[in-house]
Write a protein of this length. Structure first.
Length: 303
């Protein structure tokens, strides 16, 4: 029999010592969280005027909507985990071949707060729906027109500006293609005209109906990722008060290669990217404490 077991007083002393150690550890963790400005609870955040992704224009210089937006049933919305979503078909109008129309499906879904939903991505959902993935997914560049992108000189260095270069894109000047014609919208950090967005693309075989290509990327807390595992880490940066992510997914059938899929996907997304960015918070304003109005960092960026 051990000494502690043989003497009740020793057991009591040991219990008190363990309790003191636990309390000290808890106090130390709390102090660390406070000093290091760690935020374990995330506040929901929405774009200006709570702009919904369904407001994305139905017309661009090279694409137009065909058919109606898909409206999901209650069960599907519950599975998706958000009611702020868009599922829409676009057909290419520029240099279009009437015998072989190019149709790209665009799907957007916005999440915020303590996000407990696992991102729904084609590798899981398409396969679960009966399609067969032909090979491993690949991360590829999403080529797009970046001629209207400009460095935003108003972004301070501490928020990624100057040498870090945060870019902005100009919305269409055509009122039929934007309700804010000519306005400039900031893009996520890390994207440049030389290296715009990347997305994770896969090819699926639809038995009896040919192949389907699908690809996606995420915009989260002012950055972008092409991986479902990385986006949660980006959205849950411990130094951020808020958390959000937007999934941008494109798919198309009847195409010949990943390169062709990337070409048409980038063409559509490139013409819509400014409008897509209007459906997420301006993260520079969030970091500066100027948005939303109740931002806890609102006093000159200090809590």
């Amino acid at each position: 029999m051990s000494t502690a077991a043989a003497h009740p007083g020793a057991r009591k002393t040991l219990s008190i010592a363990l309790l003191v150690l636990m309390l000290a550890s808890a106090a130390g963790i709390s102090a660390y969280i406070r000093i290091k400005d760690v935020h374990l609870q995330k506040i929901p955040i929405y774009p200006e005027n709570n702009r919904q992704v369904s407001t994305i224009p139905s017309l661009t210089p090279s694409w137009r909507q065909v058919g109606s937006d898909e409206i999901m049933g209650v069960e599907l919305v519950e599975t998706l985990g958000t009611d702020n979503y868009l599922s829409r078909h676009y057909v290419l109008t520029r240099d279009a071949d009437p015998k072989k129309p190019i149709v790209v499906d665009l799907h957007l879904a916005y999440y915020t707060g303590m996000i407990d939903t696992v991102p729904h991505v084609p590798e899981r959902c398409f396969v679960g729906g009966g399609l067969q993935q032909s090979e491993s997914s690949r991360v590829i560049d999403l080529p797009m027109d970046t001629s209207s992108w400009r460095v935003d000189q108003t972004v301070p260095a501490e928020f990624g500006g100057v040498d870090g270069a945060i870019y902005s894109v100009r919305l269409s000047n055509d009122p039929s293609m934007s309700d804010a014609p000519g306005r400039r919208i900031r893009l996520p950090r890390g994207v440049t005209p030389e290296k715009p967005f990347q997305f994770r693309a896969s090819e699926f075989i639809n038995p009896g109906r040919g192949n389907v290509y699908a690809g996606y990327f995420f915009i989260a807390n002012g950055g972008t990722k092409a991986n479902a595992n990385d986006v949660r880490q980006l959205a849950f940066n411990l130094e951020d008060d808020y958390a959000y992510y937007l999934k941008v997914q494109v798919s198309a059938s009847g195409l010949e290669s990943f390169d062709e899929f990337a070409h048409y996907s980038g063409d559509l997304v490139g013409e819509l990217i400014g409008e897509i960015m209007r459906c997420v918070p301006d993260w520079i304003s969030v970091q500066q404490g100027t948005y939303p109005p109740d931002n806890p960092r609102g006093n000159d960026g200090q809590e």
